[in-house]
Design a protein around this ligand. Structure first.
Ligand SMILES: [Zn+2]
Length: 243
């Protein structure tokens, strides 16, 4: 992040300041090698940042590139390091699971500086994740937040099994249990993978509601400057389906 968290008035003031700044360096001719690349590294005027729908469309296109083995950002990482050294203008935020099979930058084919990411097992977010996403949208101007569950989630399986666990795991599972109970209520005959899928969707929906209750994000939602959407990543296919 570019600054520490601030009291609310300063926090919102910082949002105005940061969103009015111009990127320090987005020119490819500034690269250490002197090479000029044709691929654009966009800043605050990135059209994907213009509206929530533009950002979500870019996420969908990115997953399509990934699925088609047409990912484009892996060769310009060092250029992106330089272009984003003094400022960042991500076009979307993702809160997803810590599962090693679900890296948002890879599955949405995004480069350094393009996606603002929080990850925690089972997408069982804490207030710090919520604060991070508030920073992403209120200060950095991110117009879309994707809450990304996934198939085969171990944390969700543990919450369904609901057995004694060591360490801090019971705390995590307790936070996911309400989603499991909602899924069991909505689909009383579901078990196995059907219950796992339903509970995962409920976990995503619950996280969306939690984020929508944030005064900072709620204001942006009300103003039409932000959308919060749910999605499920399929670990067996690489495909993202949108809820
Ligand atoms: Zn998971």
């Amino acid at each position: 992040m570019t600054s520490s968290f601030l009291p609310r008035p300063l926090f919102l003031g910082a949002a105005l300041l940061v969103t009015s700044m111009t990127p320090a360096c987005v020119h490819h001719s500034c690269s250490p090698s002197g090479a000029v690349k044709s691929a654009a590294i966009a800043g605050n005027n990135d059209p994907r940042r213009a509206t929530p729908d533009a950002a979500l469309a870019a996420m969908k296109v990115g997953n399509a590139r990934f699925l088609n083995a047409d990912s484009k950002h892996h060769s310009d990482a060092l250029q992106r390091v330089e272009a984003t050294a003094k400022s960042q203008y991500p076009f979307a935020s993702v809160i997803g699971c810590a599962d090693s099979r679900t890296p948002p930058e890879v599955i949405f084919d995004a480069g350094i500086g393009e996606i603002f990411v929080c990850r925690v097992a089972g997408v069982a977010s804490s207030v710090n994740d919520e604060a991070s996403l508030e920073y992403g949208s209120a200060v950095l101007g991110v117009p879309a937040i994707v809450v990304l569950g996934h198939t085969g989630c171990g944390a969700m399986k543990a919450a369904i099994a609901n057995k004694p666990l060591p360490g801090s795991l019971p705390h995590l599972v307790a936070q996911i249990r309400p989603a499991v109970k909602r899924a069991e209520r909505i689909q009383p005959h579901a078990d196995g993978s059907a219950l796992l899928d339903a509970a995962t969707r409920e976990q995503v929906y619950g996280e969306i509601l939690r984020l929508e209750s944030s005064p900072v994000l709620g204001k942006l939602l009300h103003e039409g400057k932000l959308k919060i959407v749910g999605a499920i990543y399929h670990v067996g296919t690489g495909r993202v389906t949108w809820l």
